[in-house]
Design a protein around this ligand. Structure first.
Ligand code: ADP
Length: 400
């Protein structure tokens, strides 16, 4: 039987959606509500391959969902709302409670709410989105897919921080990771395609966009990941510092008279590529500045690549070798310059070489970018978190 599954990513002032026909995995439409709760909202939806844009009042998420279902019927994308048999929501933080996607009911919603403190920018907004859909489509069953779930298979040595054990026991302070849905998708894709004839499936996935993380997977199961308790840890990012000596916190606070929250804000929003370069958090601007001879932009780019390479090296050891290194997300899929910078840092140790011609791809094109004689393959695989959420929804709701 065919099912129409709505995939939702709700933020505090935005709501992204994608409607799938399953199991065919056909995208029927997609779009976004923006500026929810502000004076004038924006609604965009793809209809028959064309983008339609509307400016309208969007006081809250429930109004958006009501508008969405109205447009879906008006445009003939669904003939009846009963055709939508499931809604799958993206949820950033599932903590220790979710090692898989879950049915959304009172219990799971309460657990998501309990995780608010670990993802204050995300989980409360997801809950608003979940409740809005419940209000407008009360008879449709819903599921949640957690960015952290894939990383729950890590061993304790891979997730425990070397701080007093009581903090882990009493407050659940540990590494949870991020972008798990993307890393899982990439590891599965690698297993089924790039490595389908390989005896082993040791994959290092580099999800590098404005937020970025590296994951080591074996047989499409997470072994280790770079993000920490929150999305501040791991590699350097567009505006986030990633792993640093924790005492930097104390020194910044003392020298600049900033509170704990202010230092956190500095490390979260004013560090990384923008902090080091002083130019931008966007790699396109960094590349342009480097071309114009900007030394700080070059330093930022080199540091960024080195941090990624350090993690690749660490995970090469952790996995006992690697069969494939994957580049994905905004930077990984689109920037030949940054991919080359990373590969230059690892090529000699891992006995691999970049195929310069193949690396020219700058438009989400899938492909191998290492030379055939390389001991470890390197590939670009465009990520697709939404299809994972749709698949989870079908599986959890038993709609197959
Ligand atoms: P997120 O989902 O974390 O917001 P994305 O994965 O969409 O981020 O990545 C966005 C980033 O990707 C941009 O900030 C920019 O640095 C980079 N990026 C996107 N397109 C290009 C491009 N054509 N060339 C270089 N970098 C790009």
């Amino acid at each position: 039987m065919s099912n129409k599954i709505m995939v939702v990513n709700a933020g505090s002032s935005s709501l992204k959606f994608k409607l799938y026909e399953m199991p065919e995995e056909k995208v029927l439409t997609q779009g976004i509500f923006e500026r929810i709760g502000l004076e004038e909202g924006i609604f965009q939806i793809e209809v028959a391959g064309e983008n339609k844009k509307e400016y309208l009042q969007l006081p809250n998420h429930a109004v958006c969902v009501t508008h969405l279902v109205k447009v879906l019927v008006e445009e003939g994308i669904v003939s009846d709302l009963n055709e939508i048999t499931g809604v799958g929501h993206r949820v950033v933080q599932g903590g220790k409670y979710f090692s898989d996607a879950a049915l959304l009911d009172e219990k799971s919603e309460n657990l998501i709410e309990m995780m608010n403190s670990l993802a204050p920018l995300h989980n409360p907004a997801h809950l608003i989105g979940i409740r809005a859909f419940k209000e407008v489509l009360p008879n449709v069953k819903m599921t949640a897919t957690f960015d952290t779930a894939y990383h729950q298979s890590m061993e304790m040595e891979d997730y425990l921080f070397p701080i007093p054990y009581e903090y882990y026991e009493d407050y659940d302070i540990r590494r949870y990771g991020a972008h798990g849905t993307s890393h899982h998708y990439l590891a599965l894709e690698a297993k089924n395609h790039e490595l389908k004839d390989s005896k082993s499936q040791r994959v290092i996935t580099c999800h590098i966009g404005s937020g970025a993380s590296i994951t080591a997977s074996k047989d499409a199961k997470c072994v280790a990941t770079s993000m920490g308790l929150t999305p501040l840890g791991g590699i350097m990012m567009g505006t986030r510092c990633g792993d640093i000596d924790p005492s930097v916190y104390k020194f910044i606070a003392e020298y600049t008279n900033q509170s704990i929250d202010e230092v956190y804000d500095t490390l979260y929003k004013k560090s990384g590529l923008i902090g080091v370069s002083g130019v931008s958090s966007d790699t396109r601007d960094i590349e342009a500045a480097i071309k114009n001879g900007d030394k700080r932009a070059l330093a930022a780019a080199k540091l960024f690549a080195r941090r990624i390479a350090d993690y690749i090296g660490q995970y090469y050891i952790r996995l006992g070798g690697a069969d494939l290194i994957v580049f994905s997300a905004g930077i990984g899929e689109n920037s030949p310059y940054f991919r080359k910078l990373v590969v230059d840092n690892i090529a000699s140790a891992l006995n691999l070489r970049l195929d310069e011609q193949a690396n020219k791809s700058s438009n989400r094109e899938r492909g191998i970018i290492s030379t055939p004689d390389s001991k470890v393959k390197v590939a670009i695989i465009p990520t697709d978190e939404e299809i994972m959420i749709a698949r989870d929804c079908i599986r959890i709701l038993n709609l197959n």
